[in-house]
Design a protein around this ligand. Structure first.
Ligand code: CMP
Length: 139
């Protein structure tokens, strides 16, 4: 099951701008099934833990501040080849480099405020999904 699932967050800039509906529409129209979802807000501790792999990066503190600046939508998505196909759907980290029609190209503000997160491996998808959802919140 884990190999067919990925984890996403619609980040504070996308939620603030009212893009939840449009982004979810693009995700489901692209063949992903939502198996868990919530509107929530990360604490500073949550954001630090979630992004711990980036803690030596120069943008880490700004990333934590941004990710705690307002509500996010967290979701687990299911589809064959979910991790890779979702990363294709969202486009490059930097929206200026994201392919035409991708979610980041359409909805992101900047490289740091880039509208959506997508897991980078099956292993991280499982870890990130479990960070936000208990087993009985996944369908
Ligand atoms: P995400 O895919 O959620 O994973 C790490 C996040 O760090 C990334 O999206 C961006 O929001 C942010 N990020 C990555 N690279 C940079 C960068 N060079 N400058 C600022 N923020 C970045």
């Amino acid at each position: 099951m884990a190999t067919n699932r990925t984890f996403t967050m619609l980040k504070p800039d996308a939620v603030r701008k009212g893009y939840i509906g449009a982004i979810l529409e693009q995700i489901t129209a692209s063949g992903f099934r939502i198996v868990a979802m919530k509107l929530t807000e990360l604490t500073v501790n949550d954001a630090k833990t979630f992004y711990e792999v980036h803690k030596e990066r120069p943008f880490y503190n700004d990333l934590v501040e941004y990710m705690t600046s307002g509500p996010i939508v967290a979701a687990i998505l299911e589809k064959e080849n979910a991790v890779e196909d979702f990363r294709t759907l969202i486009g490059a980290t930097n929206p200026e480099e994201a392919a035409e029609g991708t979610i980041r190209q359409k909805f992101a503000t900047s490289i740091s405020e880039n509208a959506v997160h997508g897991s980078d491996s099956d292993e991280n998808a499982a870890i990130e999904g479990a960070f936000h959802f208990s087993g009985r919140e996944q369908f």
